[in-house]
Design a binder for this molecule. Structure first.
Ligand SMILES: [Ca+2]
Ligand SMILES: [Ca+2]
Length: 207
């Protein structure tokens, strides 16, 4: 900054002018900045409002669309639970194993056949809250040879789900149930809850 030369002693005219100029300049700069801030604010807040309005509109459209899709397609009937492409019916009453299997067939389903660890975990947790529950697994045809109701044999990777010391065939137990944290073989003529399983409707093929 170049210093203004001071006037001779006793004459402060130059000094006063310089201070006034500086003050004026500062004021002007301040006003300019304030004006610029004001000017730059106006379009941005308008844009924000427009953006919000747009989002609101998209949200409303999405909500309406979702309601429409829900009306068009439900993967499972109302009283069934959807899990990974299938619908599960958890009975509220209790029946023996054979009547449970029949009840599922009458609904176009099957006493549950387990195909994955995730499904096993989901079913075990859900049935634990409800109580002893039949699954579609038995060794009715040949003792100690377990088959699912779809005819497939029980694979080795599922053996770990038997509760400790089960299956023990205690007094002839040929039907498998969910019991606490794992499976148990129980007498088929005892009444228990049951789980049916069927394929979910694909939402890409409207009914
Ligand atoms: Ca048995
Ligand atoms: Ca047992």
């Amino acid at each position: 900054v170049r210093m203004q030369p001071l006037g001779p002693p006793g004459c402060l005219g130059h000094g006063h002018t310089f201070v006034l100029q500086l003050l004026g300049l500062t004021l002007f700069a301040g006003l300019l900045v304030a004006l610029l801030v004001q000017v730059s604010k106006v379009p941005s807040s308008q844009e924000q409002e427009q953006e919000l309005a747009k989002q609101e509109k998209v949200y409303q459209e999405l909500t309406q669309l979702k309601a429409g899709v829900d009306r068009l397609c439900r993967p499972c009937p109302w009283d069934l639970t959807f899990f990974q492409g299938h619908c599960y019916f958890f009975s509220k009453s209790q029946r023996n194993w054979h009547d449970s299997a029949t009840a599922c067939q009458e609904e176009g389903a099957q006493l549950v056949v387990i195909n994955s660890a995730e499904e096993q975990s989901f079913l075990q947790l859900t049935t634990k809250k409800r109580g002893h529950t039949w699954m579609g697994l038995s060794d009715l045809n040949k003792e100690a040879t377990w088959h699912w109701v779809d005819g497939s044999p029980l694979s080795l990777r599922f053996m770990k789900y038997w509760n400790p010391t089960e299956p023990n065939n205690l007094g002839q137990e040929d039907c498998a149930e969910f019991d606490g944290d794992g499976w148990n073989d129980a007498k088929c003529d005892i009444s228990k809850f049951w789980v049916c399983k069927k394929s979910a409707l694909s939402c890409s093929h409207e009914q």
